[in-house]
Write a protein that binds this ligand. Structure first.
Ligand SMILES: Cc1cc2nc3c(=O)[nH]c(=O)nc-3n(C[C@H](O)[C@H](O)[C@H](O)COP(=O)(O)OP(=O)(O)OC[C@H]3O[C@@H](n4cnc5c(N)ncnc54)[C@H](O)[C@@H]3O)c2cc1C
Length: 450
């Protein structure tokens, strides 16, 4: 830490007091500030001082790259359906999502002049296709509400001010917090940790919030990369990199538990990606087995019957050609299996592609059906922090009040966004979680400041 006396910072006199300090200018922190200020100003109380401290030179860096810079801000659907996209944490998310819904989020931006469009998949994006427009509105709203946004202010530590402090009006504040940055220290009776998780650390979210929460007594559920590809041991699909297969059933065996998911998969150079894998990644561990069902397992009897009939009729045909005639209806997507994938499944099954249908032994036929309906692939590792879209793990939800986002352990401390042990599926669920938890905390904070 820089020596405060020699740092030469004059304008903040190395000490600032506020009514509310928010650490982190990502979507959860900015929105919390805007909503808190909005509620207070609606009650004609203009005196509250809200400071947002941001480590980076500019706010919202992760927001800018979200959705390939198009910002998949939320998803359509009613909240009941929405809740199923937060793994085991839907119960915790319920009050936040009910109090500020996907529709509320769309209306908020529409009122500020940014319309949203819904894609066929249900994903919602700004109609302009630019995340920059979302961030610009958030920053503009901060300015409109006189929120002080301090960039290049990395918070180094956050602690309770045990013996209280005197605020700028000379009032004695019994309980408060001290956030120390390289340039000075900030005091406030209320503080929000909105520092995000650990993924894409270059955007500024590198796990600092876990440290702050832990120092204040919170338990941190071990963070790990999520919404990330799975790298496969002895990966057989390298030559298929870039090919995406729609609506594949994927099942995951982890110790005694088997989970199943359906969605698109994408073959990459080293492993599997695409929504079906990314959404599963929060559960995947190295050593687990993923089973890909190009054809759903329940259709196996039909598949066998079709195959036997086909070999009776045209047993002289090569197996690849024969399988290329497989009716698309066998696949969940209703689309035919690409020829290159059929050739690869035959190769993995130890069957020469030119072998005639009639020459296939019973043993190889069973292997082929097994692989078409549940090809086992062992996970070598998951994509790391530099490639994962979100973090699983974080501040233990049992220690946070889901109706206010206030810590159950430390009065006046709030936790919002990805720093919490909440991670959603791909499709806009994570940004909605950031906005909804930020808004919920703001409601509780505004009551305290009123
Ligand atoms: C490549 C990519 C694409 C994504 N696309 C989507 C998408 O399309 N839809 C979707 O729903 N989700 C998407 N996500 C996830 C989504 O962006 C995050 O879940 C969301 O940004 C979390 O918001 P947050 O406010 O909690 O944290 P963040 O956005 O991570 O913001 C935290 C802020 O806190 C600051 N900070 C951290 N430590 C300190 C400190 N010590 N002092 C001061 N400031 C600090 C950081 O610099 C950062 O600005 C994507 C993520 C990535 C990486």
């Amino acid at each position: 830490m820089r020596n405060l006396e020699t740092a030469g910072i004059e304008n903040i006199n190395c000490r600032e007091e506020a009514d509310l300090i928010i650490i982190g200018a990502g979507p959860s922190g900015l929105f919390c500030a805007i909503k808190a200020a909005g509620s207070i100003h609606n009650k004609n109380k203009h005196y509250s001082r809200i400071i947002v401290l941001e480590k980076k030179g500019t706010p919202g860096r992760k927001l800018l790259i979200s959705g390939s810079s198009r910002c998949n801000i939320t998803h359509s659907g009613d909240i009941q359906e929405f809740l199923s996209h937060y793994g085991e944490h839907s119960r915790f998310m319920r009050p936040a999502l009910l109090s500020f819904t996907n529709r509320d989020l769309v209306s908020f931006f529409a009122e500020k002049g940014l319309a949203m469009i819904e894609e066929e998949s249900g994903k919602i994006f700004p109609a302009t296709g630019r995340s920059r427009n979302v961030l610009d509105i958030l920053v503009r709203e901060c300015e409109a509400h006189k929120i002080s946004l301090h960039s290049d202010q990395k918070v180094l530590s956050l602690s309770k001010k045990e013996h209280g402090f005197e605020d700028r009006f000379g009032h004695w504040i019994e309980h408060g917090f001290e956030a120390i940055t390289e340039d000075g220290f900030y005091l406030s009776p209320l503080v929000v940790i909105a520092t995000g998780g650990c993924s894409y650390p270059a955007t500024g979210s590198s796990g600092d919030g876990y440290r702050f929460a832990r120092a204040l007594g919170h338990n941190i559920i071990e963070p790990g990369p999520a919404l990330t590809p799975a790298y496969i041991k002895d990966y057989p699909f390298r030559e298929l990199a870039g090919i995406s297969i729609p609506d594949v059933q994927v099942s995951l065996q982890h110790s005694e538990t088997t989970r199943t998911n359906c969605g698109d998969i994408l073959f990459t150079h080293e492993g599997l990606s695409g929504p079906a894998i990314l959404d599963f990644s929060r559960h995947i561990m190295p050593g687990d087995t993923i089973r890909l069902s190009i054809i759903p397992p329940e259709r196996r009897p039909e598949l066998e019957a079709w195959f036997l009939k086909r070999t009776e009729e045209m047993g002289g045909k090569g197996l690849k050609t024969l399988l290329e005639d497989l009716p698309p209806a066998f696949c969940r997507s209703g689309q035919s299996i690409p020829g290159r994938l059929i050739a690869k499944i035959l190769e993995i099954s130890g069957i020469p592609a030119e072998l005639k249908g009639a020459q296939l032994s019973r043993h190889l036929r069973i292997t082929l059906f097994n692989n078409l309906t549940g090809l086992p692939l062992e996970v070598a590792r998951l994509g790391g922090w530099d490639i994962a879209m979100v973090s699983r793990g974080g501040v233990d939800l049992g220690e946070v009040n889901s109706r206010t986002m206030e810590s159950r352990l430390v009065k006046g401390l709030y936790l919002v966004g990805e720093v919490l042990d909440v991670d959603g599926d791909t499709g806009g669920y994570n940004l909605q979680a950031a906005f909804s938890t930020g808004a919920l905390a703001a409601g509780s904070i505004a009551k305290k400041l009123a």
